[in-house]
Design a protein. Structure first.
Length: 245
């Protein structure tokens, strides 16, 4: 497929509620795909016309609304992510759930397994190290290991997907898979997937914490050089938090 014009919705400066994508007659900056890329939107809507896709999308939208209470007076968040996964799966009629998890979160996986089972789901769970395949099988060297000089098994997201495919799961839940391994799992999973948590070893698997503090503790993420404060070209400036004296 030929590369098309870049879409830059993350750089839109129009306030929410006044944008072309979420309001009637809203403002549209130059390059806005809602106004200027209707051919792509039309192509997407043709996919939604498929009965299976349409039903799945309906369940997702209804679950989005169900995640709030007091919708008529203010829409307050009401459900945790775990509760929403359970509610969505039940709403869609999914009974057999796959759980693809990282070995480092085996305790959390055990708790999640019990929660899902207590709600009537059949759970098929597969750890990332399944198969006990040494990293050398990927032509990795000792220098590529977390602990050089020791035996380490490779993460096997394709193996996780294959086992869940063979189990005939209706929906797969991802828990803490590494960057890259998660992409491989998503590519090879037959069943649709949802993410309960992603891997972030430093921030307790809460990567958004780095974005929330990008103007203070983690400002190095948006700076070319933390000592000069030079911003990368094209990136929005992040207001730095005032230091307490």
């Amino acid at each position: 497929m030929t590369a098309e014009v870049t879409v830059e919705c993350a750089r839109c400066q129009v306030p929410k509620g006044k944008r072309a994508c979420d309001s009637v007659n809203g403002a549209a900056p130059r390059g806005c795909p809602t106004r200027e890329r209707q051919e792509a939107i039309t192509a997407a809507m043709r996919v939604y016309a498929d009965p299976g896709v349409r039903t799945f999308a309906q369940h997702a939208s209804r679950q989005e609304a169900a995640g709030y209470s007091d919708r008529e007076s203010g829409a307050r968040p009401a459900l945790t992510r775990i509760e929403e996964v359970c509610a969505f799966a039940a709403r869609a009629g999914f009974r057999r759930l796959g759980l693809a998890f990282c070995a480092g979160l085996i305790r959390e996986a055990e708790v999640l397994d019990r929660i899902l089972a207590s709600r009537g789901f059949e759970v098929v769970s597969v750890v990332c190290k399944v198969g006990a395949i040494p990293k050398e099988e990927l032509a990795l060297t000792d220098a590529d290991k977390i602990r050089p000089g020791t035996f380490e098994t490779m993460c096997n997201p394709i193996g996780q997907a294959e086992l869940l495919n063979r189990a005939g799961t209706d929906l797969n839940v991802m828990l803490g898979l590494c960057v890259g391994h998660d992409a491989l799992f998503l590519r090879h999973s037959v069943a649709p997937c949802t993410v309960l948590a992603v891997k972030d070893r430093v921030l307790g698997h809460n990567p958004l914490a780095a974005l929330y503090t990008a103007g203070s503790y983690y400002r190095r993420l948006v700076e070319d050089n933390p000592t000069t404060g030079k911003m990368r070209v094209g990136e929005p400036k992040v207001r730095r938090a005032r230091r307490k004296r």
